[in-house]
Design a protein around this ligand. Structure first.
Ligand SMILES: [Zn+2]
Length: 955
């Protein structure tokens, strides 16, 4: 196996965990050891076979390390026994020795004539296919001592005789692994008893399944390209024959569980539940308990520990979680029926609340995600949405549901021991600096908390639970801990499920985004982001989402078995139906990219879901009472028939894929789809009061769906009292940039007098004519020109706002593309002099670099140079010389730097972020949004050279 095994996790005395990060390769090493090193792995079968046994024992630990540590010494008899056993039973070992013996004895002769590629002692690894039937047996000779076959692509499902008459006749790799890791009554499974090797087998198996899927996705990239046809056409019109760099991205579709798009879609689904049901009320974390009595019972007569059977832990956790969700959905949350029993009559106040507030909770929605802890155990984050009638009105009602106190040992000994076992945080802090919660010598979870006599809510909206100083303590690791160290829990749930179940109240809007981000943050993701830019070279690949996925992946044995069993990673109740839509006559469908097989088989499905909604409106009266987004509550989509049918059972809600306001009409169509009931055609969608509007935007405006920008007008007026005209223009440009204005032209008409503040004065100064007067049109024109400057600096233009007036070309400098004129606006004779002066001062080394780069630029060869040198070695000097050389020829050089300070050092320097629109907040979906036909793109095309100072600082 060639992945990165994360061994840092196995420090300390906790059970062994096998964890892998990044991509997994399967390789075969060379047949002979590199000179000087000892033989290992398959080399042992060939090298010095007389001494094979001692070679074997030295290769894994060996005498060198045995001298320092006494714990490693291997039983030579066992090794001898295993060798004999494998030699006599394993066909693969037999044939391997034979082939190897042939080759080794014959190595100087014509090896290349054989049909086997042999690496003798190069030390390089060679990749072998995981799909080879003998692969597993070769990788795990001890698990498959008879060398039996592993997965092959053509295993038929049971009962299927030929591969033609069924949709999916053959067994998938996932099914194969799921089959192999079952216990069977009549047979002993060596695999399931292999402990650490079994963990490795699970991870290995899962990475094989995943890489097979990812390989398939990589092959389908052409189909997944989601750039609109219109853009492609534009690009072709520009004379470009190679359209492959439009929208150049390797896409990992949202149907791929665990990928970034998948996570985003689930986040949006969860947010749409919020739209329907309001904020969630409870946030519950349910963690797998490896000491559950069921696990103990199962392992009772075996030498195994819970961590040796991650598959069993996962299955049991899934069973318990399902039961838990069933409890919740049957409205028995927190023991509704017996809830009274669990409201402890400690004090009169609580019993009063219990009487006043009958405990009946009706659940309307829930969402959960499965995650795997650092040590691999699964846990689930659950958000509960209560019916509006049962929401807890104030914090006083929390106490019966959530407790953060140690119960009295005499009153409820069972609960006491459960709290002690599962719900006590720590000891951490001064008592135990090695506690995993400790970050910078402080508890990252802020334990111990403060004592507090009543439950309340802090200024950030987070609840502070009651923790009375009542003298109840528990001992843990020799430390006495009190109510300040209790993790909030629910008594009923804790007793019923006997695991760490943290219950938190969350009725505050401020915490909701944090919460959903948290539960949807995706699998263990490294926090760095690498962006590969596509600016300086065309053959450089743009963002590869599959690669990014691999780079951030960690897989433990538990997660591997969870995924091999195909258990849900996300769950929502009710279901959220993702509704696609598109503009009339357009091919681009605004929806989450569909399941890849579906896209391949039926490209028209997504569009027909939208159009057949309108068809359904024609025939069904009931349908006309609903908007598109409400439609799934009463109707069911039948994907096979491509029609909507009235819903008979169940309930689900709809969600329309969000689109950026920059997309214009699509954005406004989406707003209308949330409002308009029962339209039968696109015309009807934009019909307001019997009148067909010319655009979806106008329809939105006529319906009063868009704010009437009055607040923005007021904001500009208000700011004009204290701020400069430049600031006001900047403010207006920012409003345009953020697309928050529904009718920018009306804001402009209402505020231009404020926005033009100072324009006249500047013009008087510039033309050195203090008596200059300008008419209204001239002032407007100059003001618009100034605003356009601000927009251009942010890579957009007034042209992008359809109804905004555009400054007169005469007053705007000669060319339409301000960016290019700006870059060409240098005093060439001056620059030539400067260049001559700079060039003679170059050192030999600098001169060589200069000549190399200039030759490449002049021959238009294209290429990337990376110049590395310590501070003060004259890099900036070199940049200036090169810039002067190229600019004095009338060509364009873009000087950018990763930091603002460095960019100031360069003539015409800009930060790379502003120049190439690199998003500020980088995530796995980030890329530079440069439209192929924008001014910026034209600038980049005309550019001869980009000098990027401090390039490695971009991260
Ligand atoms: Zn702590």
């Amino acid at each position: 196996m060639g992945g990165k095994v994360d061994s840092s996790i196995n420090k300390g005395n906790a059970p062994y965990i096998f964890k892998l990060s990044g991509q997994n390769y399967h390789s075969m090493g060379s047949l002979l050891p590199t000179p000087g090193s000892r033989p290992k792995f398959c080399q042992l079968y060939i090298y010095d076979t007389e001494n094979e046994i001692s070679n074997r024992s030295t290769s894994i630990g060996g005498p060198t390390s045995a001298s320092t540590s006494t714990s490693i010494s291997y039983d030579l008899q066992i090794i001898e026994f295993l060798k004999v056993m494998l030699d006599s039973n394993n066909v693969l070992v037999k044939s391997y020795r034979m082939v190897a013996a042939l080759i080794v004895g014959d190595i100087s002769d014509s090896v290349e004539k054989r049909d086997i590629v042999v690496q003798t002692s190069s030390g390089l690894l060679q990749r072998i296919s995981e799909l080879h039937p003998s692969y597993l047996a070769l990788q795990y000779p001890l698990l498959f001592p008879y060398g039996d076959d592993g997965y092959r692509v053509d295993i038929l499902h049971r009962g299927i005789t030929s591969s033609s008459n069924s949709k999916r006749p053959t067994c998938t790799m996932r099914e194969f692994f799921a089959y192999r890791i079952q216990d069977r009554d009549q047979s002993f499974s060596l695999l399931l008893n292999a402990k650490r090797l079994f963990q490795q087998f699970l991870v290995d198996g899962y990475t094989m399944i995943e890489s097979e899927r990812l390989f398939f996705i990589r092959k389908q990239q052409k189909i997944l390209r989601c750039e609109s046809y219109e853009k492609l056409r534009n690009h072709q019109a520009l004379g470009s024959t190679d359209i492959s760099n439009v929208g150049q991205r390797v896409i990992l579709p949202s149907s791929f569980t665990g990928g970034a798009r998948y996570m985003m879609q689930n986040y949006l689904d969860a947010m749409s539940l919020c739209k329907w049901f309001g904020y969630p009320d409870f946030f519950i974390t349910f963690t797998c308990n490896p000491k559950w009595p069921e696990v103990q019972r199962f392992l009772k007569d075996t030498p195994l520990h819970p961590e040796d059977r991650p598959d069993i832990l996962c299955r049991l956790f899934k069973i318990k979680l399902d039961a838990f969700i069933k409890d919740l959905r049957k409205n028995k949350i927190f023991g509704t029926v017996q809830a009274g029993m669990y409201v402890y009559i400690h004090t009169p106040t609580i019993s009063l609340i219990a009487n006043f507030y009958p405990i009946c909770i009706i659940l309307c929605a829930l969402v959960y995600t499965i995650e795997f802890q650092k040590r691999g155990l699964p846990h689930s984050h659950i958000c509960l949405f209560l019916h509006a009638d049962c929401k807890l009105p104030t914090v006083e009602y929390i106490d019966p549901y959530i407790s953060a106190e140690i119960p009295n040992i005499n009153e409820d000994p069972e609960l006491y021991s459960l709290v002690r076992e599962f719900m006590i945080h720590g000891p951490c802090g001064a008592e135990n600096f090695n506690c995993p919660c400790m970050v910078d010598r402080k508890c990252s979870k802020n334990f111990p908390k403060q004592f507090c006599n009543h439950t309340s809510v802090d200024s950030n909206g987070f609840p502070l639970y009651r923790r009375r100083n009542d003298g109840n303590v528990v001992g843990k690791s020799g430390v006495q801990l009190d109510n300040r160290n209790v993790v909030p829990y629910n008594k009923y749930l804790l007793k019923r499920y006997q695991a760490h179940i943290n219950v938190e109240w969350c009725n505050q809007g401020s915490s909701i985004k944090y919460l959903f981000k948290y539960i949807n943050k995706g699998p263990d993701r490294a926090t760095f982001a690498m962006v590969q830019n596509n600016n300086d070279s065309d053959n450089n690949d743009a963002v590869d989402e599959i690669k990014e996925y691999y780079d951030c992946r960690y897989i433990s044995a538990c997660e591997a078995s969870w995924r091999i069993f195909k258990y849900d990673v996300h769950y929502r109740y009710p279901a959220v139906i993702r509704l696609p839509f598109h503009l009339p006559g357009q091919q681009v469908i605004y929806e989450a990219d569909d399941d890849i097989e579906d896209v391949l088989d039926r490209p028209s499905v997504a569009s027909s879901m939208f159009t057949s909604w309108m068809k359904c409106n024609e025939i069904n009266v009931e349908a006309r009472k609903l908007t598109y987004v409400e439609f799934p509550t009463k109707f069911v989509w039948k994907p096979k028939l491509l029609i909507w049918k009235p819903r008979e059972v169940g309930y689900s809600i709809g969600r329309i894929h969000p689109v950026s306001p920059k997309l214009g009409e699509a954005y406004f169509l989406r707003i209308l789809l949330n409002k308009v009931k029962g339209p039968k055609s696109f015309e009807e969608i934009r019909t307001v009061n019997g009148e067909i509007c010319s655009s979806f935007k106008d329809a939105c405006y006529n319906l009063g769906l868009l704010d009437d920008d009055k607040e923005y007008i007021d904001a500009i007026k208000e700011a004009s009292l204290s701020r400069s005209g430049y600031y006001l223009r900047f403010l207006f440009a920012t409003m345009l940039l953020s697309n928050s204005l529904s009718k920018p032209e009306s804001v402009w008409e209402n505020t231009w007098e404020y926005l033009s503040d100072g324009i006249l004065y500047t013009q008087q100064q510039r033309l050195k004519s203090p008596a200059l007067s300008l008419n209204e049109d001239q002032i407007k024109n100059l003001t618009l020109f100034e605003i356009e400057q601000i927009l251009l600096r942010n890579n957009t233009s007034l042209k992008n706002y359809r109804r905004m007036p555009y400054p007169d070309d005469d007053s705007v400098s000669s060319s339409n593309n301000r960016l290019i004129t700006e870059e060409l606006d240098y005093d060439i004779p001056n620059l030539k002099n400067e260049f001559d002066r700079l060039f003679v001062s170059l050192t030999d080394e600098q001169r060589n670099i200069f000549l190399d780069i200039m030759t490449t630029v002049k021959d238009n060869k294209g290429g990337v140079f990376f110049i590395y040198g310590y501070g003060g070695t004259g890099k900036t000097f070199l940049w200036k010389t090169i810039s002067a050389a190229i600019r004095s020829e009338g060509e364009i050089v873009l000087n950018v730097a990763s930091s603002g300070i460095a960019s100031l050092l360069l003539t015409g320097g800009r930060t790379a972020h502003s120049r190439f629109i690199i998003p500020i907040n980088l995530n796995e979906d980030s890329y530079c949004r440069i439209n192929p036909d924008s001014d910026l793109a034209n600038l980049v095309r005309k550019t001869s050279l980009i000098i990027w100072d401090e390039a490695p600082m971009v991260h």
